[in-house]
Design a protein around this ligand. Structure first.
Ligand code: MG
Length: 158
């Protein structure tokens, strides 16, 4: 059996007048993340972890941010396409782990819904989908609420 791990990382800027989407869930907040798509930083990191494990490039290569067909797109659609591509290469997702770094809003109340949302797209049990959140003790761009970052890992087998 081949066992591959992948790592993904992404950052988006927080601005006024945008919806905040994280792990496919909309959170009530005064600001949202800026991006060509819905800017779901956590799904973007997860896509890169999955693509990285399968050595299939990265999300920016697959879905260029100057392509009008991806403008404002729901990142869940991008994740579905990534899952389809790694599946067509014979890979099976075993587990994923996502960490969101944000000073605000509080992420914890939304984690169960985030895990269920990702598990449904990945086609794996919720028990195999971890979503965690942390702050940076007000340090750095996340701590100043200028942006939100996300890290993800994925384990694939073939
Ligand atoms: Mg991104």
């Amino acid at each position: 059996m081949r066992i591959h791990t992948g790592l993904g990382y992404d950052v988006h800027r927080l601005v006024e007048g945008r919806e905040l989407w994280l792990c496919g869930v909309r959170l009530e907040h005064t600001r949202g993340l800026l991006g060509h798509s819905d800017a779901d930083v956590a799904i973007h990191a997860l896509c890169d972890a999955l693509l990285g494990a399968a050595a299939l490039g990265d999300i920016g290569h697959l879905f260029p941010d100057n392509d009008p067909q991806y403008k404002g797109i729901d990142s869940k659609i991008l994740l579905r396409e990534v899952v389809r591509r790694i599946g067509s290469e014979g890979w099976t997702v075993q587990n994923v782990d996502v960490t969101i770094t944000a000073q605000a809003p509080k992420i914890a109340p939304h984690i169960p819904q985030m895990r269920e949302t990702l598990a449904a797209i990945l086609g794996i049990p919720t028990a195999d989908v971890s979503v965690k959140a942390t702050t940076t003790e007000r340090l750095g761009f996340e701590g100043r609420k200028e942006g939100i970052s996300a890290l993800a890992t994925a384990l694939l087998t073939q």
